[in-house]
Design a binder for this molecule. Sequence first.
Ligand SMILES: [Zn+2]
Length: 167
Amino acid sequence: MTDIVNVETRSRMMSNIRSKNTSPELLIRKALHARGFRFRVHAKNLPGTPDLVLPKYKAAIFIHGCFWHGHRCRYFKPPQTRQEFWLEKIGKNQARDELQIAALRAQRWRVLTIWECAVRSMKKQRTPLLIDQIVYWLLQGSALAQIDETHLESACSQTVSVTTSKV
Ligand SMILES: [Zn+2]
C-alpha cells in the first residue's frame, strides 16, 4: 500500500497534530486553573519552551504527543510507508527532548512530562486522577517525573483496591 499523501503534506498534517494549544493541553490548563494554580504557557525563555511553567513551584511541564515524541504505547503507530524517515525524525525529537530536560534541570527546574495517552485515558474514564497526580507532583513530587497511561492505570487500580478494602 502506498502512502496517499506526500511527505510534505504528511509533515504538515503531523505538525498540526503537534501544534500549540492542543486539546490535551487545554484540558490540563483548565483543570489546573480551576484548582487555583497559576502558570505561564509556552515559556519561550526556557529550554524547550515548556507548555506550562509554574515559577512558584519551580516546575516546568511538557504535554507530549505520543507519536511525535515516540512514546512506546498503543498510540504510537509509525506510518506504514517511509518508516525510516519518520523513525529518524522521531528519534531526533526524543534526543532534543532529553537535551532540553537536561538544560532545565541544570537551571534547577523540576520537570514533569505528561503523555497524551494519560490525558486520553483520563477522558475515557472520566476521572480527575491525572489532575490529582499533577497537583501531587507540583506540591511534593520529585525533580524529574512523567505520567503516562500505565502510570495512571496503576494509580487507578490502587484507588480501587483501597476503596474495596474499606467495604
Ligand atoms: Zn503514550
